[in-house]
Design a protein around this ligand. Structure first.
Ligand code: A2P
Length: 337
C-alpha cells in the first residue's frame, strides 16, 4: 500500500487526480490533500472519509510515497525537491522540471520505460503535447517521426478554474447581445486572463510570447515532443490556439516519417494503440466527446496531399484527464510495478 499526497488538490487538475485515484482503486494506505493557505483547514469528502486540506508551505512531507503536484510551476520549484528529499517520488504536472535532463518526461503507453531513470521527480507532459503524443508515439515506432506541423485547439480548463469561470461569464455577456456579435457592435467583457475575449471567439495565442514570435505553449510542443520520442532533431512547426471550449484539447497534425507511410498501415497501428480510440469520418471526434473519458480520440486520418508520404489526423483528449491527472495517476501506477 502506498501513501499518496495531492498538492494543488482544490484545483481543476488536482480534484480530477483525486477522482481518478478513486475510480481506479489506486492502492492507497493514506491520502493527504494540500493547497494554499486559502484552502487550508477545509475538508474534502473522499471514499475513505473526510480529509482536511493542509497548507503545502507548512506541511511535513515525511512518510509520503508518491506526491502528485499540480499547483503551478512556482510551487513545484519551491516544494517538489523538498518532498523528493523526504523520500517521496514526485509526479509533477507543471512545466518546472520537464526539460531537466535529470527528470524523465513520460506519457503512459508511449515511453513508459523512461520512468525507470527517475531520481525523485517525474514530469507529466503538457496537455497539448500529450494529445499529440498518443497517435504520434505509435506512428514514430512504426516509421520514425521526422517532422510534424501541429495546430492546437485548446480549451479554457487548461487555465484552471479561472479559465472555465471566465468562459462561462463571457458566453453570458455576449449571449445577451447576439446581434452585436454579427455587426461588430460588441462590448469587451474585460478581464485580464487572456489577451482578447474568449467567449464566441478564437485566440491565436495560447500561453505567453517568448522567443522568435512563438508562445511558451508552442515551445513546449517542440521541446517536449523531441524529449518524449527521444529524437532531438524532429522538426516541429507549432501553432497553439485557445478556443471557447470548457474541456478537451484538440490537435490537427500532419506528420512525415523516415519513410512514406500509407493510410492502411497508419490505421492499423493507431487501431491497436492503447489509450486511443480511432474514429472514422462517420462520427468525427470533438472535445465534447472527449470530456470525462480516459482515451484520446483520433479521427480524420488521411494521407497528406501537398507533400505526399505523410499522415494527417485530428486528435482530441480531455486535458484534465489524459492531458494531466490521468497520465499522472498512470505514472504512479507504473512506479508501483
Ligand atoms: P487554492 O485553491 O488553495 O488556491 P487551478 O489551476 O484550477 O486554479 O488550481 C490551482 C491549484 O494550485 C489549487 O489547488 C490552488 O490552491 C493551488 N495553489 C495556487 N497557488 C498556490 C500557492 N501559493 N500555494 C499552494 N497552492 C497553491
Amino acid at each position: 500500500m502506498t501513501s499518496v499526497a495531492i498538492v494543488g488538490a482544490t484545483g481543476a487538475v488536482g480534484s480530477t487526480m483525486l477522482s481518478i485515484l478513486e475510480e481506479r482503486d489506486f492502492p492507497m494506505s493514506s491520502l493527504r490533500l494540500m493547497a494554499s493557505h486559502r484552502s487550508a483547514g477545509r475538508t474534502v469528502e473522499t471514499r475513505t472519509g473526510q480529509v482536511t486540506i493542509e497548507d503545502v508551505a507548512s506541511a511535513d512531507p515525511s512518510g509520503i510515497d508518491i506526491a502528485l503536484f499540480s499547483a503551478g510551476g512556482d510551487r513545484s520549484r519551491a516544494y517538489a525537491p523538498k518532498f523528493a528529499a523526504a523520500g517521496a517520488t514526485v509526479i509533477d504536472n507543471s512545466s518546472a522540471f520537464r526539460m531537466d535532463p535529470e527528470v524523465p518526461l513520460v506519457v503512459a503507453n508511449v515511453n513508459d520505460d523512461a520512468i525507470k531513470a527517475h531520481k525523485g521527480i517525474v514530469a507529466n507532459p503538457n496537455c497539448t503535447t500529450m494529445a499529440l503524443m498518443m497517435p504520434a508515439g505509435p506512428l514514430h515506432r512504426l516509421a520514425g517521426l521526422e517532422s510534424v506541423v501541429a495546430t492546437s485547439y485548446q480549451s479554457v480548463s487548461g487555465s484552471g478554474h479561472t479559465g472555465m469561470t471566465q468562459l462561462a461569464k463571457e458566453i453570458d455577456h455576449f449571449g445577451a447581445n447576439r446581434d452585436g456579435l454579427v455587426t461588430g457592435d460588441w462590448v469587451d467583457p474585460g478581464g485580464d486572463l487572456y489577451a482578447r475575449p474568449i467567449g464566441y471567439n478564437v485566440l491565436p495565442q495560447a500561453g505567453s510570447f517568448t522567443d522568435a514570435g512563438y508562445t511558451d505553449e508552442e515551445w513546449k510542443l517542440v521541446n517536449e515532443t523531441r524529449k518524449i520520442l527521444g529524437r532531438p532533431d524532429i522538426k516541429v512547426e507549432p501553432t497553439c490556439v485557445r478556443v471557447p471550449v470548457m474541456v478537451g484539447h484538440g490537435v490537427a497534425a500532419s506528420m512525415w516519417f523516415d519513410r512514406p507511410v500509407d493510410l492502411e498501415e497508419a490505421l492499423e497501428v493507431l487501431g491497436d494503440a492503447p489509450g486511443l480510440q480511432l474514429w472514422d469520418d462517420a462520427k468525427v471526434p470533438t472535445p465534447l466527446d472527449s470530456a470525462g473519458i480516459d482515451d484520446v480520440l483520433v479521427g480524420r486520418v488521411r494521407e497528406t496531399v501537398g507533400t505526399p508520404g505523410g499522415i494527417s489526423l485530428f486528435a482530441v483528449g480531455d486535458n484534465l484527464r489524459k492531458g494531466a491527472a490521468l497520465n499522472a495517476v498512470e505514472l504512479a501506477e507504473l512506479l508501483l510495478q
